[in-house]
Design a protein around this ligand. Structure first.
Ligand code: SF4
Length: 233
């Protein structure tokens, strides 16, 4: 499978923020988000081919790590991803899968499903990419049945919305209501959109107030604060 990056760092987002983790970033995505911060794994996928066995063996280079994060791109479009998920868990690791939730979980298992369904703020603009891709992105980005499969099948779930402006909130809340599953409010994460601390800070103040009002969790991007928007972090 095509691997963009494989590195050891600390988790920057969500319930496990700060936990040392090995990150496996697959290359390739079925979406084309306007603000994607890993275009090298989506818009212009690059990387090197690695066998599932070689990826699992590589984890032993960091014997202190007990957490693995499978991310992308969209990891669930990768051939053999389910074998990789099984291999990671058979190794005794805690597995988080970071996915947009457009593809059903199926028989595979994971300990934490980090679902990030894309709102209309992610749709690429005309001129950024061909009309065909814009239409495909819109048809694909919202898949309630697939999201439900993850919530039902994963050990734990967090749902993370990337928020660009106040107009995104109603859309996010409508999707949560439509899911119809009992996802506790503190597992609903609102994360400011931004690839720099300046952008994040500009969206933080009012978003914290929304979280306080709704009981949702504010989602910082610790890796941006620690390392900036750089690869391998
Ligand atoms: S789903 Fe994730 S990796 Fe794919 S384009 Fe959107 S932000 Fe980028």
């Amino acid at each position: 499978m095509l691997i963009s990056e494989l590195f050891y760092s600390v988790q920057g987002e969500g319930l496990l923020t700060g936990v040392p983790s090995v990150f496996i970033r697959t290359s390739g995505c079925n979406l084309r988000c306007r603000w994607c911060d890993t275009p090298y794994a989506s818009w212009k996928p690059e990387g090197r081919e690695m066998a599932v066995e070689a990826i699992v063996e590589k984890l032993a280079e960091w014997p202190q790590a007990r957490h693995v994060v499978l991310t992308g791109g969209e990891p669930m479009v990768a051939r053999e991803v389910r074998q990789l998920m099984a291999g990671i868990r058979e190794g005794g690791y805690h597995l988080t899968v970071e996915t947009a939730g457009t593809i059903e979980l199926g028989e595979a298992g994971c300990d934490l499903a980090s679902l990030s369904p894309k709102l209309s703020n992610a749709t690429p603009l005309p001129g950024e990419i061909g009309e065909g891709w814009i239409a495909r992105h819109e048809e694909t980005r919202r898949n309630v049945a697939a999201l439900r499969s993850w919530i039902a099948g994963a050990g734990e779930t967090q749902i993370k919305f990337v928020i660009s402006g106040e107009e995104d909130l109603a859309e996010a809340m409508a999707l949560v209501a439509e899911l119809g599953h009992p996802v506790p409010p503190d597992r609903i994460l609102l994360m400011p959109e931004g690839r720099s601390m300046e952008e994040l800070r500009g969206r933080t103040g009012w978003l914290v107030e929304v979280c306080k009002a709704q009981g949702y969790r504010f989602c910082h991007r610790l890796h941006i604060e620690l390392f900036g928007n750089t690869r391998g972090t």
